[in-house]
Design a protein around this ligand. Structure first.
Ligand code: PLP
Length: 473
């Protein structure tokens, strides 16, 4: 493909993407195709001969769009948002166009310095501790997912714990190390612990707001110490997946610190909202933790994949992950004046993820991001109030962010029927989940294209589909 042909096809593709976004309000959010339907549209063998690129682009309509779940649709209320935006899409295109591999400062000084700088901006914008900035002892790095960051934190925690002798001078074995998180923590904590080689993960009891109970953590740590095990790490969550519960970081830190445990915070969803100062009560105590992760690819208008991982002190991270083969030696690294991000995570090669985040921050401005997040919060609060005022619905948790969690007051079957009715509408999609063995409905507001009218439409749907409940006599 020549540069001239690239220009022509590129313009056509940008038009196609803009048309796709314009068509989103009219699309059914979920496609009802059967497994194998998309593969059946593809030839059984890879093309032996080159095809015209127009034919490739035509297949976006013929093959791809019919098999999509439209995460960017305005009626997307399922899971958590994965909210993309035009500035982010253009940033992704620019990153692909530049074709950088930023494993070392020397292999892409711009990729390294823009990433470090943008993540330092976010430390201030989100009210995070100064230690998290690369200008201090710690720093931030972008990875693919919160799961990767939590796994990385648990690997560092393992090495820290294994290097600390007990009072008898013995070094603990990995088999004796313990990780703690609440029963509401995301499954990535258990998965990350398993991949990091931990045999013991304790899921600590929660209070009535589904936040970790510090007294239960304390008791679990004491029981493990008495049993000869070594508490190595605790993962707190700001904004759990089920109900956006907020674990009390400060109280958890008061247990983790004296026990020498690594304290990691999973703020995958809630982290973006910390750009609003009025929500920062949720991260009270974050100055006492060792690492922190959040996903701009959830709620900061930056398309997947865009995860941020901060450490308060980068030395343990680098001690754990640095390996220097001769072919990566270079003057800049040896000068000690540059960051080599290959030492900050498992992969060696790395793409220019920060470019799209930089584009988003500059095009929206912090003010713009705050404005949209506050809209989502206000619409969620409005829906919560309506549900709370109607006896047919029962709220299940405080859910202090843009997630609304509720059941049909008539019980499990009525809740299931209501979920199915909403999802059968085509225009709106919610997630069914289970808490305390009872099904409930999660409505998560945060797609870039969602406006208040789409939340109103969802309310009208819930209102008309919900079965009546018998009024108490
Ligand atoms: N942590 C929390 C609280 C989440 O809600 C999620 C996903 O929704 C994750 C972690 C996993 O995020 P990722 O897909 O980036 O690994």
């Amino acid at each position: 493909m020549s540069p001239e042909e690239f220009r022509t096809h590129g313009h056509r593709l940008i038009d196609w993407v803009a048309d796709y976004w314009e068509s989103l309000p009219a699309l059914d959010v979920h496609s009802d195709i059967e497994p194998g339907d998309i593969r059946a549209l593809l030839p059984s063998q890879a093309p032996e001969q080159p095809e015209p690129f127009d034919a490739v682009l035509d297949d976006l309509d013929r093959v791809v769009t019919g098999g999509l779940t439209h995460w960017q649709a305005p009626g997307w209320f399922a899971y958590f948002p994965a909210n993309a935006s035009f500035p982010s899409i253009l940033g992704e295109l620019a990153a692909a166009g530049l074709g950088q591999q930023g494993m070392l400062w020397a292999t892409s000084p711009a990729a390294t310095e823009i990433e470090a700088h943008v993540l330092d901006w976010l430390v201030e914008l989100l009210g995070l501790p100064e230690a998290f900035a690369t200008t201090g002892p710690g720093g931030g790095v972008m990875q693919m997912s919160a799961s990767d960051s939590t796994h990385t934190a648990l690997v560092v925690a393992r090495e820290q714990a294994r290097s600390r002798a007990d009072p008898r001078g013995a070094l603990p074995r990995t088999d004796d190390l313990v990780v703690y998180a609440s029963t509401q923590a995301h499954s990535s904590v258990e998965k990350g612990a398993r991949v990091a080689g931990y045999r013991h993960v304790r899921l600590v009891d929660v209070d009535e707001a589904y936040a970790m109970r510090p007294d239960a953590l304390s008791a679990a740590v004491a029981a493990d110490l008495a049993g000869g095990l070594t508490p190595a790490a605790v993962v707190s969550t700001i904004g759990t997946t089920g109900t956006t519960a907020v674990d009390p970081l400060r109280a958890i830190a008061a247990i983790a610190r004296p026990a020498g445990m690594w304290h990691h915070v999973d703020a995958a969803y809630a982290g973006s909202a910390m750009i609003c100062p009025e929500l920062r009560w949720m991260q009270d105590g974050v100055d006492l933790v060792d690492s922190y992760t959040f996903n701009p690819h959830k709620w900061m208008f930056t398309n997947f994949d865009a995860n941020v991982f901060y450490v308060a002190d980068r030395a343990p991270l680098l001690e754990t992950l640095s390996i220097l083969p001769p072919y990566l030696r270079n003057k800049a690294s040896e000068s000690g004046e540059v960051l080599d991000y290959r030492d900050w995570h498992v992969p060696l090669g790395r793409r220019f993820r920060a470019l799209k985040l930089w584009f988003v921050l500059r095009s929206y401005g912090a003010q713009g991001i705050r404005h949209h997040i506050r809209e989502h919060l206000a619409w969620a609060a409005g829906l919560r109030d309506r549900l709370d005022a109607d006896p047919r619905f029962t709220l299940v948790a405080p859910s202090p962010l843009a997630l609304v969690t509720f059941r049909h007051s008539g019980g499990a079957e009525a809740t299931r029927r209501l979920t199915e009715a909403v999802n059968a509408s085509g225009h709106s999609r919610v997630t069914a989940s289970v808490l305390d063995d009872e099904p409930f409905i999660r409505v998560s507001i945060g797609a870039t294209t969602t406006r208040e009218e789409h939340v109103q439409r969802l309310w009208h749907l819930l209102d008309s589909a919900a079965e009546p409940v018998e009024e108490p006599a």
